[in-house]
Ligand binder design. Structure first.
Ligand code: GLN
Ligand code: ZN
Length: 751
């Protein structure tokens, strides 16, 4: 019996991060490549079996990867940058991903609005591309041997080109005529393997606002690719209505759409129904960790059948399950009530299966349905989630603006704080030594007493203060030794925040992150940073900056509850943080930095939704600092350099000082600040902290002078371009000493 359900893709790192572990051993030359392949095979087998046992009809091969699927596609197409062409096989593959002694790695960047990073293809018109179908074919056969007939996943050619860069300049889409024939050849080979194999092309780029010329490629491409092959084109993370309207006029067999993050896809139902194509309905959220609400999903499916023939529907997840953790099996310590609201990849398979069974009136487990209903009901009322106090406070909030307008504030602050032009500071963290990490984890595990822990942390802060005094920096930081991570640290202290034991999600290559999750109304139980900062301030006459992570960054780096709009959750965080700002100020802290490292990451994929995001993101930053008196200077820090599109938004946040990451671009990227007449003070990083290299005094001076060509000295701060926690002390000290010296020399020359 046909089950009519569909899984776009499955995570691969392994529920115990087996792939991570074996890869890292291999890279450290502690095991052979054969061992890597063995673990990979075991994982593939396990993942296929999970899907089979759950009763999934369309299971993928080639969704597995030893590093990244886009990199796999480059290798498949023979798109190898020149500097790697002396290598082959796994050596080539991992060199492109990670670099080697002779060649720098390919660039890596975020996969749409997720925290997954792919390896950016480097293409050129003069390169010859040749097909290498081995991985695709081998994986298909591997599954077949286990008795599973898979669909074959491929990154679609238009998305592949859209994510590439041209090393010879020019437009990547120009290369379609070079790579499309390779895809066609591949399909011939696939069709030789078996009859009726389904090939899935992932085309998430279709959810962006594309140039008309790109839309014009869709029909041409998919006419060719689906003429002799059964093809499904899947999009996700947003609606793809423009592309859907074109795809219906090609011979593709199915179209997969995300109905969780792209509700507007409903507008395409009519044309899909006319075309009699199969529709893969993404109803189970592949981006979040909450249990599906079966009632809602079935209602959505029933609504869709008012337009689309029921027989043409396949039930699935909104996107690949790559973006959620593996299984709840290892969440042994999780609060039972909370655990009952969660669903990771393996559990989502059961959800997809159950929903499809019920929807297609097949036999299903009634008890599971009842359990699902109960779990969702309990979320509506649980005391763990709902706090009237928080809701009322947030609802009744109306003061957004802080005291005084910028011009008036900065004048006062300059007088009171007495810092010079080109004032020097750092972004917050200092190198995290093994001792600090050990003390922190020891304290967490109860291995050392609070007293001992405090002593260790304070000793570290003392060292930081002493170094900053010696070095001659002007505005100090305490160094953040108590923080493992800038979001986790706050999450752990906020009510409504949860942590998983084993909720790892692949970020890039072997790297995984374990995002915290927001399950309930957010409030602050007690001050979170005041003791640390006050202690640090007590050790110096200089100004000690208070250090907080901003509401939008906390939100963007967590799994967020799905029973409330993100904007409301963000507002709750902002309100909690506003109390922290006030407490710091009352404790005598004169400068407070609110980091918004992930502000830009949260931008929507569709231009039409940007305004709304910006309006609440700015609102919440402003709420967070709304209690700051005009004497209290508010800094913010952002971890990127391209401000062209968002400069007006940044200005509207109304921070007194912003430090940014422009060290690698000379003064080019700063020019936008001048162009728009940006008023507030700016600290464009003068050296790159991502490398251990120590910049010389001369280099930093050159950099400062470049900055002075764009903005006046009265408006500039001098600092590294991000926090220093991943650096070693030796290079950090040398670099900062050089930075201060460079500033002194420039000041002298200027006077
Ligand atoms: N204050 C943080 C630090 O210095 C900021 C880090 C970041 O923006 N990524 O570590
Ligand atoms: Zn940063």
């Amino acid at each position: 019996m046909s089950k009519n359900n569909y899984v776009v893709g499955f995570p691969r790192i392994g529920e115990q991060r087996e792939l991570k572990k074996v890869l890292e051993e291999f890279w450290a030359k502690k095991c052979s490549y054969k061992e890597v392949k063995k673990v990979a095979s075991e994982l593939k087998k396990r993942h296929w079996n999970y899907q089979k046992e759950a009763g999934i009809e369309y299971i993928s091969s080639n969704d597995f990867s030893l590093y990244d699927n886009v990199l796999d596609t480059s290798v498949m197409l023979g798109a190898i940058p020149k500097r790697f062409r002396n290598l082959k096989d796994e050596e080539l593959y991992f060199a492109m991903a990670r670099g080697n002694k002779e060649a720098t790695a390919c660039e890596m960047t975020k996969w749409f609005n997720t925290n997954y990073h792919y390896i950016v293809p480097e293409l050129s018109l003069e390169d010859e591309y040749i097909l290498d179908a081995s991985k695709v074919i081998e994986e298909y056969l591997e599954a077949k041997e286990l008795g599973i007939k898979t669909k074959i996943n491929l990154v679609g050619p238009i998305t592949y080109l859209g994510l590439s860069k041209r090393v010879d300049g020019g437009d990547c889409y120009e290369l379609l005529s070079k790579i499309l024939p390779l895809y066609e050849k591949l399909l011939v080979k696939i069709n030789e393997l078996d009859s009726d194999i389904l090939v899935q092309f992932d085309e998430p780029i279709f959810v962006k606002d594309l140039d008309p010329t790109v839309y014009s490629l869709i029909k041409y491409t998919y006419d060719k690719l689906s003429i002799n092959t059964k093809v499904a084109v899947v999009t996700y993370f947003e609606h793809s209505n423009e592309a859907t309207n074109i795809l219906v006029h090609t011979p593709v067999w199915a179209i997969g759409l995300d109905f969780v993050h792209g509700k507007e896809n409903l507008e395409s139902l009519e044309t899909i129904s006319k075309s009699a194509k199969k529709l893969i309905v993404g109803v189970v959220d592949g981006r979040n960790i909450w249990k599906n609400d079966f009632e809602n999903s079935l209602k959505l499916l029933e609504d869709i059948t008012k337009v689309v023939n029921k027989d043409d529907i396949l039930v699935g997840a909104s996107c690949s399950l790559l973006h959620v953790p593996f299984t709840l099996k290892y969440e042994e310590k999780q609060n039972i009530e909370i655990k009952n609201w969660l669903s990771y990849a393996v559990e989502k398979l059961d959800e997809i299966s159950l929903i499809s069974k019920k929807f297609f009136a097949q036999e299903y487990d009634k008890n599971s349905f009842l359990e699902n209903f109960k779990a969702n009901e309990s979320r509506k009322t649980s005391k763990l989630i709902h706090s009237e106090e928080v809701k009322n406070r947030v609802k009744n909030l109306n003061s957004l603006e802080r005291e005084g307008v910028y011009e008036q504030r900065i004048k006062l602050q300059k007088e009171l704080l007495g810092y010079e032009n080109l004032a020097t500071t750092t972004i917050g963290s200092f190198p995290q030594t093994p001792e600090v990490r050990l003390a922190r984890s020891g304290f967490k595990k109860g291995l050392i007493s609070e007293e001992e822990y405090l002593k260790e942390m304070r000793a570290y802060i003392d060292d930081c203060v002493e170094f900053q005094e010696q070095c001659g920096l002007e505005v100090f930081v305490h160094g953040e030794p108590e923080r493992n991570d800038m979001v986790e640290y706050f999450g752990e202290q906020l009510n409504g925040y949860g942590f998983s034991q084993n909720g790892w999600v692949q970020s890039y290559g072997s790297r995984c992150v374990k995002p915290p999750f927001i399950y309930g109304d957010i409030s602050r139980a007690k001050p979170m940073t005041v003791e640390w900062i006050s202690y640090a301030q007590s050790k110096t006459q200089k100004i000690m900056k208070g250090m907080l992570t901003g509401p939008v960054t906390i939100l963007n780096w967590s799994f967020v509850r799905d029973d409330k709009p993100r904007s409301e959750v963000s507002k709750q965080i902002a309100v909690s943080l506003s109390d922290e700002v006030d407490d710091l100020q009352k404790a005598g802290i004169k400068i407070i930095q609110v980091d918004e490292a992930a502000f830009k990451e949260g931008y929507p994929l569709r231009d039409s939704k940007i305004k709304e995001y910006e309006s609440w993101a700015v609102r919440d930053f402003k709420i967070c600092v709304s209690k700051a008196k005009k004497e209290t200077q508010i800094h913010t820090h952002m971890c990127y350099s391209e401000f062209n599109d968002i400069i007006k938004t940044i200005e509207a946040m109304d921070a007194d000082v912003i430090t940014i990451e422009t060290a690698r671009s000379g003064n080019e990227l700063l020019k936008i600040f001048k162009k728009v007449g940006y008023k507030q003070e700016v600290g464009p990083g003068v050296y790159d902290i991502h490398s251990p290299r120590v910049p010389s005094v001369k280099e930093i001076k050159t950099q400062i002078k470049l900055l002075l060509e764009v903005l006046p000295k009265e408006q500039l701060w001098i600092n590294p371009d991000c926090g220093l926690k991943t650096r070693k002390w030796k290079e950090t000290k040398e670099a900062l000493v050089n930075m201060v010296e460079a500033v002194n020399q420039v000041r002298e020359e200027l006077s």
